[in-house]
Design a binder for this molecule. Structure first.
Ligand code: FEO
Length: 169
């Protein structure tokens, strides 16, 4: 049986992960409309990973005998004007998600919920990767994005990303 506060935070994280998916789909749509199909592909796959994260949280909560009421998902609110904007927004968003995961970890630690801490360990390391990948994309765009040929090459590179289901278990 999970602690009430820990359960609330885990359930909220389900919503936050679905919001991340929705946010990244809005980035994919932005790039699709700008003719950058590689960038769009990248964020559509990122959205699929976020949906996977949401389901991982859902299953963990259910495996512990708690229910998962699904709340409305907020409208993505990122202001997108320049081509670099989604990349910067994504980097900031991943830092925010890291703070959320750490917040759940803090609460689990406080109540000696070792099981939830162990469940969250994968997400703690995943956030390291998510922040690095998002930060690297910002750096790459800053270096290469203003030159048309380089932007084309970067778009082609991002087009090669394929979806792989998570392999945490
Ligand atoms: Fe679910 Fe991008 O972290």
């Amino acid at each position: 049986m999970l602690n009430k506060k820990v359960t609330e935070l885990l359930v909220d994280q389900v919503n936050k992960e679905f919001y991340s998916a929705y946010l990244y789909l809005s980035f994919a749509n932005f790039y699709e409309e700008e003719g950058l199909d590689g960038f769009a592909n990248w964020y559509r796959i990122q959205a699929m990973e976020e949906r996977d994260h949401a389901i991982e949280f859902m299953e963990y909560i259910q495996d512990n005998g708690e229910s998962v009421p699904l709340e409305a998902i907020a409208k993505p609110d990122a202001k997108l004007e320049d081509l670099i904007d989604p990349l910067k927004e994504a980097y900031e968003h991943e830092q925010y998600v890291t703070r959320l995961i750490n917040g759940i970890y803090d609460e689990a630690y406080n109540v000696k919920d070792y099981r939830t801490m162990q469940f969250l360990d994968w997400f703690v390391m995943e956030q390291c990767e998510e922040e690095k990948t998002a930060g690297d994309l910002v750096k790459k765009f800053e270096m290469f994005g203003t030159d048309a040929n380089n932007l084309y090459a970067l778009n082609e590179e991002l087009k090669t990303r394929t979806y792989t289901a998570p392999s945490k278990n």
